[in-house]
Write a new protein. Structure first.
Length: 249
């Protein structure tokens, strides 16, 4: 059957304490095997992973970096607080988060939240995806796969796409190694980052501004086998090594 893509509309503005899985289940009649993509921004809002800029006191590093990036030092402090390793300080901060995700400004968002408040990424996005999946199973009895997404820039190309920062009920990678192509050649390298492909299309359905579509359901997607090792080990990550080698003030 062809894949069906369903944007989840008419959800309210999400606030701290809201039961996001329950709100989504009111709008969607889930079926076993569905993939639900949820924007990290709404998951974070429901869980209270937001910060008031007025409550943040920037330290010396934040003040120093903010002078270069021309951002609010309190915003920069929030980015530093979310980061475990800084790969680049300017023209934008590129950093690693505890989850292993590397992103611009640590994924800290100004948009789709009240003035003076920022949204930070869920500190444990894998646990977030598992929690949403378990909640949907509890509410509906359905076995659903879940991806937590964020909009993220890419190396080498302009423009952002959705990527998966957490997932549950599937592996991140569809491992084609050992499979044969149309001509019988054995594939030696191909590992397809399936969660990112689904996240990118979900992001397309969500939009980035006032659309109000923070969740997308994919029906009739195949299952796949693979693994979850999406993040390179530091020693095999040549771009990261090059960036750190070139780090300058
Ligand atoms: P991110 O990519 O996870 O940072 O999330 P975005 O801020 O880009 O928002 C993705 C989608 O969710 C867009 O369609 C937003 O309009 C929508 N969205 C964001 N916050 C809310 C909310 O509180 N309620 C609703 N209904 N939609 C929201
Ligand atoms: Mn975001
Ligand atoms: Mn977005």
């Amino acid at each position: 059957m062809d894949i069906q893509v369903i944007g989840v509309r008419d959800l309210p503005l999400i606030r701290k304490g809201d039961d996001l899985p329950a709100l989504i289940c009111e709008k969607v009649a889930f079926e076993d095997g569905d993939i639900l993509a949820v924007a990290s921004s709404v998951y974070s809002k429901a869980k209270g992973f937001t910060r008031d800029l007025s409550a943040i006191t920037p330290g010396a590093d934040a003040v120093r970096i903010a002078a270069k990036t021309k951002e609010d030092p309190r915003f920069v402090q929030a980015v530093l607080d979310s980061s475990t390793d800084i790969l680049l300080e300017h023209p934008f901060i590129l950093s690693e988060l505890p989850s292993g995700h590397i992103g611009v400004r640590a994924g800290v968002d100004h948009s789709n939240v009240e003035d003076g408040r920022i949204i930070i990424l869920p500190p444990d996005p894998m646990a977030a995806a598992a929690e949403v999946r378990d909640a949907i199973r509890r509410i509906t009895g359905k076995n659903v796969r879940v991806i937590v997404t964020d909009t993220c820039g890419r190396a080498f190309r302009r423009g952002q796409t959705g990527i998966a920062i957490g997932w549950a009920g599937m592996t991140a990678i569809d491992d084609y190694r050992g499979d044969t192509d149309l001509f019988g050649h054995v594939l030696e390298i191909t590992e397809e980052a399936v969660v990112d492909e689904v996240a990118a299309f979900a992001n397309f359905v969500m939009g980035e501004s006032h659309q109000g579509v923070p969740a997308v359901v994919f029906r009739n997607c195949r299952a796949w086998n693979g693994h979850d090792n999406v993040y390179f080990m530091p020693e095999e990550d040549i771009i990261r090594t090059a960036l750190k080698g070139n780090k300058k003030d």
